[in-house]
Ligand binder design. Sequence first.
Ligand SMILES: Nc1ncnc2c1ncn2[C@@H]1O[C@H](COP(=O)(O)OP(=O)(O)OP(=O)(O)O)[C@@H](O)[C@H]1O
Ligand SMILES: [Mg+2]
Length: 483
Amino acid sequence: MSIEKVILVEDEEFLRKNLAHYLRGRRIDVAAVETIEEAQSYLVRDNFDLMFLDLRLPDGDGTEFLKELNLRPSKPLIVIMTGFGSVESAVDCMRCGAFDYLIKPFSNDQIDVALKKAEKFTHILKVNQYFSLSEDQESQNELIGKSRALEQLRQLIRKIAQTQATVLIQGESGTGKELVARALHRLSPRSSAPFIKVNCAALPENLIESELFGHEKGAFTGALNKREGRFELAHGGTILLDEISEISLAMQAKLLRVLQEREFERVGGTRTIKIDVRVIATTNRKLDESVEKNEFRQDLFFRLNVVPIHVAPLRERVDDILFLSEIFTRRFVRKHGVAIRGVTPEAQKVLLAHNWPGNVRELQNVIERAVILCEPESCIDPETLNLEVRMSRGSAKGSDSNELNSTSSGQDQPFMTLYDVEKLHIIRALELCGQNRTQAAKLLDINIRTLRNKLNEYKGQLELESNSSENSNAARKEAVESV
Ligand SMILES: Nc1ncnc2c1ncn2[C@@H]1O[C@H](COP(=O)(O)OP(=O)(O)OP(=O)(O)O)[C@@H](O)[C@H]1O
Ligand SMILES: [Mg+2]
C-alpha cells in the first residue's frame, strides 16, 4: 500500500527542501514545515501516512511531540531524523512508538528503505484492521468429504491453486463454494498474502464501488478520510467476489477494466493504482443464463470463467452425507459440551433420503439442532432430526415423488397400483444415491440382489412402454438403464 501523503517537520532549510523535493519526485504529496506548531495545524486538517520528524525544533522537543501524537486515535507512521550525536534519543523515540529513524546525513537509498518498510507495515496494518472488522471468521475451513466428486474437486483445487488464473466457482447455495475459494488461496503461492472477501450481494449499489476501489477524502458526503478499497487490501493475495451475479451493469464495466488492466482509480481520485491480485468469483446463479438475459456482460463472464469449477449439490454426493454428519456431530458435541452417542441407523436413513436443498449448510444446521435437542447419553433419532416434513417438501424438487405425493392424495390422477408406487420409490432412491445401487439398496433396506431383480423387471416393462410414450418415460428409462 503506497505512502501517498507525507508531513516533513525539519527546521534546517537545506535538508527540508532536499527531502521534500526527493519525495515529490516519487509522486508523494508533501507538507514541509519548520515547527511543531505548524505541523499541528496541518495534522488537524488532514491525514498523513508518514511523518519525518526532526528531534530538535525551534518551538520544542520532537520527543515530546511524538508522545503527544501517540495519544491521538490516528497518527501517521513517524520516522525520526536525528544527528549522529543523539542516536540514543532516537532509540528512546522508537520505544515511544516511532516507526523508524534515520541518522543525518542520510542517502536517498536510506529514504527508499524507510518508505518501503512503511508501505509494507501500512498494508499489514490495514489488512488487520479489515479482519478485525470482518464478519465471523470461520475457523473450520477444511473441505470434508469422501465422495468421488469431492475427491476430484480437491485434485482440481490443488492443480489450479498453483496458477494465477481467474476462477469462477458455480454451485447451489451451501455447497461449499467459499471453502473452495479459501482452499485455492491457501494452497497457492500467495498464501502468506491476504485473502479478502467481498459479498457483492450484501453491499448496496452506492457503496460497492468505494468498497472495492476505495475513495479519496471528500469524494462524497461522509468521506471524511481517504480509504483503501478491498482490491488494494488484497494486493499480493486473492480477492473473492462472492455472488458476482448480483452486481449492476455499471459495476460490471468497472470490474472488467480491473480484470483486464489490473489497475483502477479510487472514487474521487485521479491517481491510477496498480495491483497484483488473483480474482476468484462465486455465483449460485447460472451466469451463462444471466448473460443470455442481458443481465451480465458476456465479456466479463469470459474474463471470469477462465477456469470454471462446479461444486455438486449434496444430494448428488450421497457418500458425503453420513461422513459429514458424523464429523459435524463430533464438532457440535464438542462445541456445546453435550454427551451424544451418535446417530441411529433409522436417522441415518432419513439423512440419506432427504433432498438437501440447502446442501452442506443445511446439513450442518440440522445436525447442530439435533445435537442440542438430543437427550444426553442417547443417539440422534429421526424424531430429533425433525426432517420428515421437509423430506416430502424438499424432495418434490425435480423428482418423481411429486407424482407420488399428488397421487396418494388422490387429486386428478388415476389411483396408482402398489407396483407403480414401489417402482417410483426405487427410481427415486437411485436418483438420491447418484445411481449407486449399493447405496440405494441400503436406503431402501433391501438386498442388492432384490434391487437388481426389480430393476431388470422394470427395464423389460419400460422397453415395452417406450414404444408408445417415448418422451414421458425417457427420464425414468435413463435412470433404470444407467444402473
Ligand atoms: N465439504 C465441506 N466440508 C465441511 N464444511 C462444509 C463443506 N461444504 C460446505 N461446508 C460448510 O457449509 C457452510 C456453507 O458453505 P459455503 O459458505 O462455502 O457455501 P457457499 O456455496 O458459498 O454458499 P452460498 O452460495 O450460500 O454463499 C459453511 O459453514 C461451510 O463451512
Ligand atoms: Mg458463499
